[in-house]
Design a protein around this ligand. Structure first.
Ligand code: DCT
Ligand code: MG
Length: 466
């Protein structure tokens, strides 16, 4: 095969822990060929005066592709073998990896965290993010969907043939994949990463409290870095943004699973003091099995109607009293039970919630090597780290819908709602499910109930990483 193609495949295999040799050595166990018959490979080996020395298996690229998908060398079957012992020159055509139909809806695909196509999905996610920064919704959604399809594949894309039959992979996406297969890079993605606008928006929107509107305003003012923002005396910041800038280092560093669990135990123990049978559940990325996240999303409910609405305020009082609260902003519920779920699949919910940052005690008490913190305002060693937490309060009968909605991923949620409305004539949001054919709300105690109402096979939270 050509050298850039070969380099791409070698790189891919090395990243998965395979041992790849540049030359034929005694240690070699398999030779992989693409678009060649066994006879051609043997002919080539003969021309290199190697035919007599080869003691290893000569296999087709389909074996390699399946190994990449499995993450380990798989057993060689006769369809993989280019050269059989009894018939040295036989040839078996490779099988396509994508012969199993793939649904256009993420809620009908299992998407575990393992992503066999990370190099492509990261590229598409960058392009989607750039369109988000440009507030161009159509192409943003298109790249999110294409990325989600690739994330669900159990095998890596190694040839353009592997894309056959896959939904949401239009010509534009195919060009990008083709270039990456050939050159190992995408000129379009590189252009975006290097663009001033993308770089500045990436920094600005990583500040707690800064959305697209503010980022746009700062960018138009000619500001490019956080230093530019902090040193501009004419800017007015909201209290959330002031806090976001003050603790930028802490808040932009990832939250670990251990930290998320510590937050969960803290919040649960406080709430249980006054509502002993409250349910406190970590949702978001952590529930989907991720080991790091940008925040900790916690869903709270209790069985007695109305009692849940006092939980947030009381919890804030306790945290304040214990000097653990750095910032909080409570949004009261705007839920109206006479209204049907929203038609817009991207509409946010109406729960009472609180966006806060906590002082979380560091495991080593701040004595470790990450002892110095450069967050402005607070310097020197401190024994705690600022961690972002979202607390969401849900009435008991809406808990299953809230849990499903807050578990994500955002792309999974979008497709679930789209599936409900386009395929089932139902309307789903984080509060309820409405059947338009029967003109009634469908109740659910568990997430499984909601999947059943929608006629979908149940997907575990860790299979929703679309
Ligand atoms: N959510 C959603 N629609 C949105 C935003 C969020 O349905 N527009 C849901 C899905 C995920 C959940 O809320 C929590 O949101 P995030 O914390 O932003 O996502 P995450 O998956 O937890 O990501 P991270 O690991 O970075 O916190
Ligand atoms: Mg989260």
């Amino acid at each position: 095969m050509g050298s850039s193609r070969r380099n791409f495949l070698m790189d891919l295999a090395r990243k998965r822990g395979f041992h790849i040799e540049d030359e034929l050595r005694d240690s070699v166990t398999h030779i992989v060929a693409e678009n060649n018959s066994g006879a051609e490979v043997l002919e080539w080996l003969k021309s290199k005066k190697l035919a007599g020395v080869v003691k290893c298996q000569i296999v087709d690229i389909s074996w390699f592709t399946e190994c990449m998908g499995a993450g380990c060398p798989i057993r060689i079957e006769s369809r993989h073998q280019l050269v059989h012992e009894d018939c040295p020159a036989s040839f078996n055509p490779p099988v396509s990896s994508s012969c199993v139909p793939v649904s256009p809806y993420a809620c009908q695909r299992r998407t575990p965290l393992r992503d066999a196509n990370r190099i492509f999905t990261e590229a598409f996610d960058i392009l989607a993010e750039n369109y988000e920064f440009l507030e161009n919704k159509g192409p943003r959604v298109a790249f999110c969907r294409a990325s989600a399809v690739l994330k669900s594949l159990p095998f890596p894309i190694v040839t353009m043939k592997d894309l056959e039959g896959l939904p949401h992979l239009g010509q534009e996406m195919k060009y990008i994949i083709e270039e990456m297969i050939e050159d190992g890079r995408s000129s379009r993605v590189e252009e975006v990463i290097c663009s001033e606008r993308y770089k500045s928006f990436k920094i600005f929107t990583s500040v707690f409290g800064v959305g697209l509107k503010t980022a746009e305003k700062w960018y138009r003012m000619g500001l490019r870095t956080l230093e530019d923002v902090k040193s501009n005396t004419g800017l007015k910041f909201t209290s959330m943004q002031k806090h976001g800038l003050l603790y930028y280092e802490d808040l932009s560093s990832r939250v670990s699973r251990k930290e998320a669990e510590a937050v969960e135990h803290l919040i649960e123990s406080i709430i249980r003091e006054f509502v002993s049978d409250a349910t406190v559940t970590v949702t978001g990325g952590f529930r989907r099995g991720k080991n790091v996240g940008h925040d900790v999303d916690i869903l709270i409910t209790c069985p007695r109607k109305g009692e849940e609405s006092q939980i947030l305020h009381k919890t804030m009082e306790v945290l304040k009293y214990r000097d653990m609260l750095l910032f909080y902003h409570i949004v009261e519920s705007t839920f109206d039970d006479t209204k049907r779920p929203s038609r817009n699949v991207d509409t946010l919910d109406h729960f009472q919630k609180c966006f806060l940052t906590l002082k979380l005690q560091k495991e080593d008490g701040g004595k470790g090597k990450h002892n110095t913190w450069s967050g402005c305002g607070e310097t020197g060693g401190r024994s705690w780290k600022a961690v972002r937490v979202d607390l969401v309060i849900t009435p008991y009968e809406q808990y299953a819908f809230a849990l499903l909605g807050w578990t994500g991923s955002p792309q999974f949620e979008r497709d679930l709602r789209r599936y409900a409305s386009h395929e089932k004539k139902m309307m789903l949001d984080n509060h309820a499910l409405y059947d338009k054919t029967k003109n009634m709300f469908l109740k659910a105690k568990t997430e499984e109930d909601i999947f059943t109402h929608l006629g979908l096979e149940y997907l575990e939270p860790w299979e929703r990483n679309a």
